[in-house]
Design a binder for this molecule. Structure first.
Ligand code: UDP
Length: 309
């Protein structure tokens, strides 16, 4: 079996490449290295793995068969998509169209990495897959949210019209080794601030909530969805919900840091609550997260200390 992973040199993509290789797949990793990093795949030595530097907003032609396409390529951190608004729209729209075209040509099964951002600033908590969301199309986050919503629509159109075998995973906040220390998201920000003794920057009053999934759980859920026969979107994330202020306190406790909390301005359209309803994943995929927040954070802190501080 031969799999293509777009965004394969990114945080999630590189872990997915590792899992697929361990399961005996031949893996082709395509990445533009705009937000990905070749260091994330530098440890992979097997001849079953190949890397192509390619931006999927341009068509990709590959020789030979492809059985599975995992389409993960996109900036995914708010500061990245705010800095790269046009690229983010293009990769979600043109990139997804190109990869669906490749899947159709190869008759490959296609999985779209979608996001909890399709729910926008949700008025329903937790979010079930049936919820249509509350997205501001013209706000700064709209470039990511709408690109992913378009990508879902395009994937379903290929599924219905071209009878393509497709999957859609809605990925909720995920953390773990290989996140970039400077990618601006809350987990690397708080950990680096705590370890350096700098102020912990809580945006707004910290009452907004998030639910954090450890990377190994997320990747297992994505793989199980690809192996299932379910073609509608499935949430994969950890339903344990914390306010951001609570989360800052958890990081302070685990690191033993004496950093102070400093409140900063809340970014525009920052969702007030986010928690996946994972009833579907539990039932259809027999999946639920196994790694506790404390255990996952300890692994992540170890990684940042060893590689990035
Ligand atoms: N956040 C924060 N301090 C930071 C970075 C993020 O308080 O230094 C907050 C942010 O406003 C949001 C939450 O943490 O409410 C998660 O932000 P992140 O950028 O990780 O991803 P999001 O879930 O918003 O996509």
């Amino acid at each position: 079996m031969r799999a293509l992973v777009t965004g394969g040199a990114g945080f999630l993509g590189s872990h997915l490449c590792d899992l697929l290789l361990a399961k005996g797949y031949e893996v082709i990793c395509a990445d533009s290295i705009i937000t990905g990093n070749e260091q994330n795949i530098a440890h992979i030595k097997t001849s079953e793995f190949s890397f192509i530097k390619h931006n999927v907003t341009k068509p990709l032609h590959l020789d030979g068969k492809i059985d599975l396409i995992f389409h993960l390529a996109s900036p995914a951190s708010p500061i990245d998509y705010l800095e790269l608004p046009i690229q983010t729209l293009k990769v979600g729209a043109l990139g997804t169209h190109n990869m669906l075209g490749l899947a159709k040509e190869k008759r490959a099964r296609f999985l779209l990495a979608s996001t909890s951002e399709v729910y926008g600033d949700p008025l329903v908590n937790p979010q079930p897959e049936e919820y249509w969301g509350n997205v501001n199309p013209i706000g700064p986050r709209g470039v990511y949210d709408e690109a992913k919503r378009f990508a879902e629509a395009m994937t379903m159109a290929y599924h219905r019209y071209h009878k393509l075998d497709t999957r859609i995973v809605r990925i909720f906040n995920t953390y773990g080794p290989r996140m970039r220390l400077k990618d601006g998201r809350v987990v690397p920000n708080f950990i680096s601030q705590a370890l350096r003794g700098e102020d912990i920057t809580v945006y707004g009053d910290g009452s907004q909530t998030r639910s954090f999934c450890y990377v190994s759980d997320e990747i297992e859920g994505i793989y199980r969805l690809m192996m299932s026969d379910y073609t509608l979107p499935v949430n994969i994330g950890n339903p344990e919900e914390h306010t951001i202020l609570e989360f800052a306190e958890i990081i302070l406790k685990i690191t033993g840091s004496r950093s102070k909390i400093a409140f900063k301005e809340l970014p525009v359209d920052d969702p007030k609550q986010r928690r996946p309803d994972i009833t579907k994943a539990k039932k259809l995929l027999k999946w639920e997260p196994r790694v506790s927040l404390e255990a996952g954070l300890k692994e992540t802190i170890k990684y940042f200390k060893a590689f990035q501080l």
